[in-house]
Design a binder for this molecule. Structure first.
Ligand code: 7PM
Length: 287
């Protein structure tokens, strides 16, 4: 066995998502596209669609590396959305924005939506159920799409009723490790997998804070870690602010997540987050 010289060039870590290869030397910003019922009421009105497209382009201009587009099915307390409604709401946006060269993540649990999204040029599938639906792994294998595997305890309708763990970090880590292994076994390349502890998905404030402090433990599995804390309830609990007043708390949370090892932050306020990360990078770059 030949010992590797200490100075041997280590391949820079990357995340491959379709035609995009992201350099993980700096944190990535995933912008959340607003497709709430009030701003996108019937899933097809021209003005609603134009507004969503304009919002996505603004986030791209503000420095988002990826734009996450989702139906409503992942919102805590939300009822499942019919497949045809989800497709009608999401696919025109995916097709238009992917054509413009924007890296699009599609937030879905449904294999049929995954397949259509990939066909329309989506770069990543972001699944709050970590590809556990029958056929979901198969929909993402054999194509070059990236996948974000998220941990969730129970279902969105009931998950915040009484979240409980013996050890939240161990349970989240073991679940994500098992899901990543299932994906690798199915032929999804390691470089296409990201992991997410799922802040707020069946977690109390104390659980979320422990997970945030332990992102390094998750990152040690060798996959980039996604952190989604933007505007979430835990930030409201800490600050007493309503959801539309949580931008400063969200910035602090995103920065904390990066300091603890997150490679990707999923945020609403792209421009402010990019500025915060630039300051952090300038400080670290001088070290
Ligand atoms: C209402 C409440 C609407 C909460 C939407 C939400 C995550 C996600 C969501 C996350 C990944 C939100 C959530 N959260 N996907 N989808 N990680 N990968 O705050 O934390 O956006 S939905």
């Amino acid at each position: 066995m030949v010992a590797k010289p200490e100075h041997a060039a280590k391949p820079a870590p990357v995340l491959r998502c379709g035609r995009f290869t992201f350099d993980l030397a700096r944190p990535l910003v995933m912008g959340i596209l607003n497709v709430t019922p009030d701003s996108f009421s019937d899933g097809g009105r021209y003005l609603d669609r134009e507004r969503a497209l304009a919002h996505a382009r603004q986030m791209r201009d503000d420095g988002a590396d990826l734009i996450d587009i989702g139906g409503e099915s992942s919102r805590p307390g939300a009822l499942p959305v019919a497949e045809e409604d989800e497709l009608a709401r999401v696919m025109p946006l995916v097709a238009a924005l992917a054509t413009e060269g924007i890296a699009i993540a599609v937030d879905t649990r449904k294999p049929a939506v995954m397949r259509e999204a990939v066909a329309a040029g989506a770069a990543m599938i972001n699944d709050i159920a970590a590809l556990t639906a029958p056929g979901a792994i198969e929909a993402c294998a054999g194509v070059d799409v990236g996948v974000c595997l998220m941990h969730m305890q129970r279902e969105p309708q009931t998950m915040q009723a009484a979240p409980s763990y013996d050890d939240v970090v161990v349970e989240v880590r073991d679940f994500l490790a098992a899901r990543a292994a299932a994906c690798v076994d199915a032929g999804i390349a390691r470089e296409r997998i990201a992991l997410d502890p799922g802040f707020g998905f069946g977690k109390t404030l104390a659980h979320n804070l422990r997970l945030l402090r332990s992102l390094g433990t998750l990152a040690a599995m060798g996959y980039p870690v996604v952190a989604g804390l933007s505007r979430k309830g835990s930030l409201g609990e800490i600050t007493g602010r309503s959801v539309d007043e949580r931008m400063p708390a969200s910035l602090a949370a995103a920065l904390c997540a990066v300091l603890h090892g997150a490679a990707i932050v999923r945020v609403h306020d792209v421009r402010a987050t990019v500025d915060a990360l630039k300051v952090w990078a300038a400080v670290e770059g001088g070290a």
